[in-house]
Design a protein around this ligand. Structure first.
Ligand code: MTE
Length: 330
């Protein structure tokens, strides 16, 4: 990951706690959402698809709402935090399939096609299967989870994600007892994702979790953020969110989930094995060769904060790693 300076956002622009959109942000956010709705396939094409569905009178499946229907909120909400402004969370992103520059994916991914979209389940499961994204959205009650979000490059945010626990999805997949790891793969489509024509990483982007990490109640499959479906640059239509790990574990635009016996090699482990381990747990005491992890710059704040072990989720996830040498297994 390239070192880039985080944008300077004045503290006056930060959203008050429990109130996402202050007036200023609301105006900026509305403009951004209007522009997005005008160009984004999720908005424009879903209407077409729903009309087609409607004409196929035989299909009685409930339609996917225009906005994610959130059934549950508030679980794991960190106290004394303010949500990062929508414009920053969606404008300052890492999505190397589109660009290595953080402001580019918001523009270059604008026309990324997220329908039709199929997520396939393979490997050590009772039966391989696949899910159309809109079926998934209908199948699982959506929750809002406000999580701290820490990038290995030293910036952090607080993001209200919308999704469902990966554990619920895994239960549906019925993995066999020999499955020990879960591997996730991003779409490979160089025509749509221009940087897949470069050798920045070995494509498609690939990540993995130990099965118990994947089953942890904090681990989400996200389909939305800030009351909307995910914008393309944040990993539409479905991505992983693992809040106690550095952001690079949270793979975007997933098309395949595979249950396997052996630890997979992630895209970053392949690209720079001396810099990126499998676990990638936020740890202020283990520095990345190029970036100290002791502090972080919270987007929207002046100065720096101290980084906290497991990104502040030690009480929830510490037991997953008891007895492990976290300096060695970084
Ligand atoms: N997933 C894919 N497919 N491609 C990527 O380049 N970048 C990762 C991760 N998931 C990335 C990805 C990195 S480095 C980070 S920090 C987070 O996504 C950023 O997520 P955000 O842009 O939604 O904040």
């Amino acid at each position: 990951m390239l070192a880039k300076k985080a944008p300077g956002i004045k503290s006056s622009e930060v959203t008050p706690r429990k109130l996402y959109l202050n007036r200023r942000e609301f105006i900026a956010g509305s403009a951004a959402r209007a522009a997005y709705a005008a160009t984004n396939p999720l908005f424009s094409r879903s209407l077409v698809i729903e009309r087609q569905d409607a004409s196929a009178a035989a299909s009685a499946a409930p339609q996917v709402p225009q906005k994610p229907a959130v059934a549950k909120r508030g679980e794991f909400t960190p106290p004394d935090e303010r949500n990062t402004p929508y414009a920053d969370a969606t404008g300052y992103t890492n999505f190397y399939e589109f660009s290595t520059a953080k402001r580019d994916p918001a523009v270059l991914a604008r026309n990324f096609r997220t329908r039709p979209w199929v997520l396939s389940v393979e490997g050590l499961v009772k039966a391989p299967r696949s899910f159309a994204i809109d079926d998934l959205i209908r199948l699982f009650p959506l929750e809002e989870r406000i999580y701290r979000w820490r990038c290995v490059e030293g910036w952090s945010m607080v993001i209200p994600w919308i999704g469902f626990p990966l554990a619920e999805f895994i239960k549906k997949c019925e993995p066999s007892p020999s499955a020990k790891f879960v591997e996730f793969t991003t779409l490979f489509d160089p025509e749509q994702m221009p940087f897949q024509k470069t050798k920045v990483l070995e494509w498609p982007y690939l990540e993995g979790l130990r099965l118990d990490e994947a089953m942890h109640p904090l681990t989400l499959l996200a389909v939305g953020m800030y009351e909307e479906y995910l914008p393309p640059q944040n990993g539409a239509p479905i991505r992983l969110v693992v809040p106690w790990k550095y952001g690079f574990k949270s793979i975007k635009s997933i098309v395949r989930i595979r249950f396997i016996e052996k630890m997979p090699k992630s895209a970053w482990m392949k690209a720079r094995p001396e810099e990126y381990g499998f676990y990638a747990n936020v740890n202020p005491f283990v520095s990345h060769p190029r970036w100290s992890q002791a502090t972080e710059r919270r987007i929207g704040e002046d100065g720096k904060r101290k980084t906290v072990v497991f990104n502040g989720y030690e009480a929830e996830v510490g037991s997953l790693y008891s007895g492990m040498n976290l300096k060695r297994y970084y």
